[in-house]
Design a binder for this molecule. Structure first.
Ligand code: ATP
Length: 355
């Protein structure tokens, strides 16, 4: 049995607007589970429903088989971390973290034992007596994390906890959150619209759009095997190949004509890193085709370079890894190779074409 299970959750606001449409997910004990999607897709609504701040219109939420429908938020044993830190400015770091324990009438000596441990875990041990106002965003969010964890919750919910921090700190803190979560072995649900963040920290990702689940899987499955055009374009980047004679020829060379013919209006895409500059070509045991184009832009980024090429299949972006060790052409005519498995097709309904 899954640890947390959400079954057929639907949430309507008012008469006409449906924020969640028949969402079913299950989260395992110790799992780092991420809700990923663009703004407004329903991530926060789902998280708040799990926390008990929202009542579902229909569907159910259960922890270890126990239905939470009639359990109020403060009895759900759930720790929450918010985007805006929500620390009390007039309380010290220690008092902020002790707050939830006091509210739960935990004994003084137990508070004195548990708070320092939680502060140690988020590396704020030395700052216990400071006031949060004078602390950085990263430190304030660590307080938020310690406060959520000190109550020993069964489940940790995090709603875009890093989005107010700068890029470098975001990367550091996401690693820390993941390490702490794994150390205590708690199940966590993490909300983000940042696809790279989701790929980096999650055991599994649930990609949402428009109130429904697009795809649920490991980071590798989501990135490498997207089941809808939405997932392929939201997680990572894609080149959509321009319909026309050149595409028909390419699909023929890749043995994909049949799939194309049976899906009128299909969209065929390839990821920039799966277009191989010809000088890099390796022998592969599958059909491959060559695309000729001219370089319209070359961007050097150190660990990789981005080529924009103009071709009969449209303007394509090609990512070349390690350009200093690769003979990359910066201008003029280039040839790129694409293999059959790198070209993904999606039907007019947006669903992946099985080939
Ligand atoms: P963001 O990343 O911007 O927070 P999200 O994916 O978390 O987006 P939600 O906050 O869950 O999205 O909102 C989903 C939709 O439901 C939005 O269109 C929002 O305007 C609407 N919504 C959320 N709460 C309410 C409410 N209390 N009343 C009416 N509509 C609401």
């Amino acid at each position: 049995m899954a640890y947390l299970s959400v079954a057929n959750a639907t949430k309507r606001f008012g008469e006409t607007f449906t924020a969640l449409k028949d969402v079913s997910i299950s989260v395992e004990r110790g799992e780092f589970f991420t809700l990923l999607g663009p703004s407004g897709c329903g991530k926060t609504t789902l998280l708040r429903s799990i926390a008990g701040f929202n009542q579902l219109t229909s569907g159910s939420i259960a922890i270890e088989g126990r239905d939470l429908g009639s359990v109020p938020p403060h009895k759900r044993d759930i720790g929450m971390v918010f985007q805006d830190y929500a620390v009390f400015p007039h309380l010290t770091v220690f008092e902020n973290v002790a707050f939830g324990l006091k509210a739960r009438k935990v004994a003084r000596d137990e508070i004195a034992r548990r708070v320092p441990k939680a502060l140690e875990a988020v590396r704020l041990g030395a700052l216990a007596e400071r006031l949060p106002a004078a602390m950085s965003g990263g430190q304030q969010q660590r307080i938020g994390l310690a406060r959520a964890m000190v109550i020993n919750p069964q489940l940790l919910l995090m709603d875009e906890p890093l989005s107010n921090l700068d890029a470098k700190l975001r990367v550091e803190l996401r690693e820390e959150i993941r390490d702490i979560q794994k150390q205590i072995g708690i199940a966590a649900i993490y909300v983000t619209h940042d696809q790279e963040e989701a790929l980096a920290i999650s055991d599994r990702i649930c990609v949402m759009s428009n109130g429904h689940v697009e795809q649920l899987g490991t980071p590798q499955e989501i990135y490498g095997n997207p089941q809808t055009l939405f997932v392929a374009s939201f997680v990572g980047t894609i080149n959509a190949l321009k319909p026309g004679e050149a595409l028909t020829r390419l699909l023929g060379q890749l043995d994909l004509t049949n799939a194309d013919n049976t899906h009128p209006g299909a969209t065929w895409v390839v990821r920039p890193e799966n277009l191989i500059v010809a000088s890099e070509r390796a022998e592969v045991g599958e059909p491959q085709a060559e695309i000729t184009g001219t370089v319209s832009k070359y961007t050097y980024l150190g660990r990789e370079a981005h080529l924009q090429i103009h071709s009969d299949l449209g303007d394509l972006v090609v990512h070349v890894a390690n350009p200093d060790r690769t003979a990359v052409q910066r201008e003029g005519e280039v040839k790129v190779v694409v293999t059959r498995s790198a070209v993904l097709g999606f039907g007019a309904d947006g669903k992946r074409i099985g080939v």
